[in-house]
Write a protein that binds this ligand. Structure first.
Ligand code: SAH
Length: 339
């Protein structure tokens, strides 16, 4: 097990179980997340026996960064995990700070037709440590703090729920990476039972839902998960989530030419979500060589946008990063594995 898998609470339990004091968890968090040590030998304020015990029980290894592609406002990192699997994370520079998009699984089982990551079936869930370390190591590589985190890389985060929640606890901990909950967003394709569970999670983390279609007929075609959790049930669960948490929701909607981008689709979308405390983030499709979907023209994107505006839906168009450096979900990993 990695030491970066443990929340502070779990570490407190560990110290108590080993006849030691709870406050050592705070000290150890300070070594790991503030001082950023790379070896157990650097710790000076714990007993030798305690350090030996930690060394026996946990690994302190970090991930391997095997490739970095850099552009003006975006860096893309390819990580190699201990079992030689690869995952990617993307750093984006905004005027409000640095945000990072991290992966939650190796591969993905959701099978969305337009998505590069979904072409490769899930190999395994990422451990909590493997999510935390993506953030830490990019901070270290940059020599800058990361202020915002989105879990929108490879994988379905709600299909790896427990590890995800522990990662949130660690990165939000003031003694951990101290990233404010409101600066963290998790994106799901709509696993209803987990949406319900997440509405009881006390941190004010933002939820984004990949909607991408306003009717079951269309959504079944491009997102197979819709056959398990159809739209009316999903929207009902999301309304309950909003009521319970009082948080605003984001709907992601990729525009695919001739598939889900018509004027009629825009009206249907407006009807589906009107009255909800939510906004729509329209995403210009990032075309990849391996998938036949086409990006909607800018003029049609504007038409779609206008219809939603007219229907009083809050809406934004996603700023695009990194189309030059294969930043579409899963592209870097695909390139690596196909070499
Ligand atoms: N499984 C989660 C999170 C990972 S995908 C989810 O479905 O939300 C993150 C977002 O990127 C999703 O909205 C997904 O639909 C979108 N996406 C996938 N491939 C894309 C592409 N080629 N261009 C633009 N967005 C894409």
């Amino acid at each position: 097990m990695s030491i970066y898998d443990l929340t502070k609470e779990q570490l407190e339990e560990y110290f108590i179980k080993n006849d030691s004091k709870k406050f050592h968890a705070d000290q150890l968090f300070n070594w790991l997340y503030e001082k950023r040590i790379n070896s157990w030998d650097e710790i000076t304020n714990l007993k030798k026996e305690m350090i030996s015990k930690l060394r026996e029980d946990f690994s302190i290894d970090k991930l391997k960064i095997v490739n970095i592609e850099k552009d003006i406002d975006v860096n893309k990192y390819l990580f190699e995990l201990a079992d030689k699997e690869h995952i990617e994370a993307v750093l984006m520079r905004h005027d409000y700070g640095n945000s990072i998009c991290i992966s939650s699984q190796v591969g993905c089982n959701m099978g969305c037709k337009f998505c590069e990551s979904g072409r490769r079936k899930k190999v395994r869930n990422l451990k909590t440590s493997e999510m935390v370390l993506q953030i830490m190591q990019i901070e270290e590589e940059l020599g800058e703090r990361i202020s915002h985190v989105v879990v929108m890389g490879i994988g379905e985060p709600f299909d790896n729920y427990d590890n995800l929640i522990n990662m949130f606890k660690i990165i939000n901990d003031p003694k951990g990476l101290a990233i404010g909950a409101r600066h963290i967003t998790v994106s799901t394709c709509g696993l209803i039972p987990k949406v319900k569970e997440f509405s009881n999670f006390p941190l004010q983390i933002n939820l984004a839902v990949s909607l991408h279609a306003p009717t079951d007929e269309l959504r079944n075609m491009i997102m197979p998960i819709n056959k398990v959790y159809p739209l009316d049930e999903l929207i009902k669960a999301l309304k309950e989530y909003i009521k319970k948490t009082n948080r605003r929701l984001t709907f992601e909607y990729i525009l695919l030419e001739g598939v889900n981008d018509s004027t009629k689709n825009a009206e249907e979308l407006a009807n589906l979500i009107k009255g909800m405390n939510a906004y729509v983030n329209l995403i210009p499709y990032n075309q990849t060589e391996n998938i036949e979907f086409k990006r909607t023209s800018t003029i049609q994107i504007m038409r779609f946008y206008d219809i939603l505006k007219k229907n009083k839906i809050n809406i934004t168009i996603r700023k695009e990063f990194g189309s030059k450096i294969s930043a579409a979900c899963g592209q870097l990993r695909s390139k690596k594995e196909e070499q």
